[in-house]
Design a protein around this ligand. Structure first.
Ligand code: AHR
Length: 499
């Protein structure tokens, strides 16, 4: 199949906010215990954090990590996870029907984040709790005052504030699975009052209000309008969450979910702007896509698993090659919508629906989805450009026209690079792609990274990586071959003609 891609240097969508390459660690399954924290592991550091896991996270270059939930946060008492470990209570976690030992809490997590070279995106409990506990938490984390919670932090060994700049006002409050789920009215009110007290304690922070847990929620749209009616003046971002799956074994349709993600983003952004206009506001509320991934094989596992275990094996989705293709495409969607999406979190980071797996007493290893994430976060920096693609298309289940090729183009003037990401969604045909990058005459194609396997179901394991990228030989400036069902990244570099 033949296709053509054109992009013009001056046709810029926006500068990419690197926080779109964020991730997420929840107190869920083995994400924290046996994931980032395993004091008896041979690679553990002085705080009990796994060094091999930290190495892989450093490789991924994760700018921000959302914590401590997720559904978990809606029943969490943050004070349980501070102070001497021997005095911390074990409690029932009603979100995942597990036992939380509280051996790791905000004290440890902010230290871990430093070691992982990432910032903390903190969620407050607006399920069982409310503004009072949230204001105590932010005083504990960010205040320099001579007051109770700031002094409690000092007593616990942290003279300097943690300086957490990004805060989520609860989690998925539109879902009836949430501990103390709320109507949009109820949530809008409590989110507004919590936003006010948080910003009074620390005016430098940014706040994320809960949008819909999925575009398929029956309240999608009305939830956003009501919540923003209340919170618009007090928050900076509205959240979106979305997980895709290939339950029917229909790969073509699975890979067509990217357009659904695009549509979800555009519709949510339009609602933000509709409320902006209604309120005659000067401020724009942008988007935080703070949970996204492939997740279906291990959904609802907690309902049948043995209850009240510490760090049970939950949501340990084993990713295959086609999952990596979709994750690669979803990352391109985030890049293409970077004018509105300023934060995004691949959910999650370790063991739980994660790019990194950590075996107890064993190895840490890379799942298939690790690779598109790695290349996007490392190289997908700069300004996203509008692209124009001419290619054949197919029909999705909903009857949408889905072009076989999905792409993003990013110019990064600092090192002088253009990064072209490409997903060939055809399951049986290669694409011969003609590329025209207008305004980049002094650039030449220097790398073609490819993620390909004949077998869409192949995955990685602790014993080896069946799926990992390879470098293809660059033979032509203008035309590249994109194998059937493959993810590709082209790197164009500025040629220095000076002697
Ligand atoms: O990431 C797993 C769960 O998915 C989160 O706890 C919740 O917010 C979402 O439903």
């Amino acid at each position: 199949m033949k296709a053509k891609l054109t992009a013009n240097k001056n046709n810029v969508i926006d500068k990419i906010d690197e926080r779109i390459y964020g991730s997420f660690i929840e107190h869920l399954g083995r994400a924290v215990y046996e994931g980032i924290y395993e004091p008896t592991h041979e690679s553990a550091d002085d705080c009990g954090f796994r060094g091999d896991v930290l190495d892989l996270i450093n490789e991924l270059n994760v700018p921000i990590v959302r914590y401590p939930g997720g559904n978990f946060v809606s029943g969490y008492n943050w004070e349980d996870g501070t102070g001497p470990k021997s005095e911390r209570p074990s409690k029932l976690d009603l979100a995942w029907l597990s036992v939380e030992t509280n051996e790791v809490g905000i004290d440890e997590f902010q230290e871990w984040a430093k070691r992982a070279g990432t910032d903390v995106m903190m969620a407050v409990n607006l399920g069982t709790r409310g503004p009072d506990e949230a204001r105590s938490l932010i005083e504990y984390c960010n205040s320099t005052t001579d007051t109770y919670y700031a002094n409690l932090r000092r007593k616990n060994g942290f003279e300097e504030p943690f300086g957490i700049k990004l805060w989520c006002l609860g989690n998925e409050m539109d879902g009836d699975w949430q501990i103390c789920h709320k109507t949009a009215e109820e949530y809008g009110r409590v989110a507004t009052e919590t936003a006010k007290v948080l910003k009074w304690v620390d005016p430098s922070i940014e706040l994320v209000a809960c949008g819909s847990s999925d575009a398929g929620m029956p309240t999608f749209g009305s939830w956003e309008r009501t919540v923003l009616d209340h919170t618009y003046d007090y928050v900076d971002y509205l959240s979106l969450h979305c997980y895709f799956g290939n339950r029917e074994g229909d790969t073509a349709n699975f890979l067509a979910r990217i357009e659904q993600m695009d549509k979800f983003i555009k519709t949510t952004a339009d609602i933000c702007d509709e409320v902006k206009e209604k309120k005659n506001s000067q401020k724009t509320v942008n988007l935080s896509f703070d949970e996204w991934n492939v997740w279906y094989r291990t959904k609802d596992e907690e309902k049948t698993a043995e209850r009240w275990q510490v760090a049970p094996h939950l949501l340990e989705e084993k990713y295959n090659f086609e999952d990596a293709l979709l994750v690669g495409g979803m990352l391109m969607s985030l890049q293409n919508n970077c004018d509105r999406v300023k934060i995004a979190c691949l959910a999650q980071l370790v063991n739980v629906i994660a790019p990194i797996m950590a075996d107890k007493d064993g190895k840490a290893w890379r799942q298939t989805i690790f690779y598109p994430y790695l290349y996007a976060s490392r190289l997908g920096v700069g300004e996203a450009l509008k692209t124009n693609i001419t290619v054949d298309s197919y029909k999705s289940k909903e009857g949408w026209d889905i072009p076989y090729l999905y792409s993003s183009v990013i110019k990064n003037e600092k090192p002088g690079e253009v990064i072209v990401s490409l997903l060939n969604r055809s399951l049986d045909t290669d694409i011969e792609l003609d590329i025209d990058l207008d305004g980049f005459d002094s650039y030449s194609l220097s790398r073609h990274v490819e993620l390909y396997s004949d077998d869409l179901n192949l995955g990685n394991s602790a014993n080896g990586e069946a799926i990992s990228p390879s470098e293809r030989e660059v033979t032509s400036e203008k035309t590249v071959n994109l194998k059937k069902h493959s993810w590709n990244m082209l790197v164009y570099k500025k040629t220095d003609f000076s002697l």
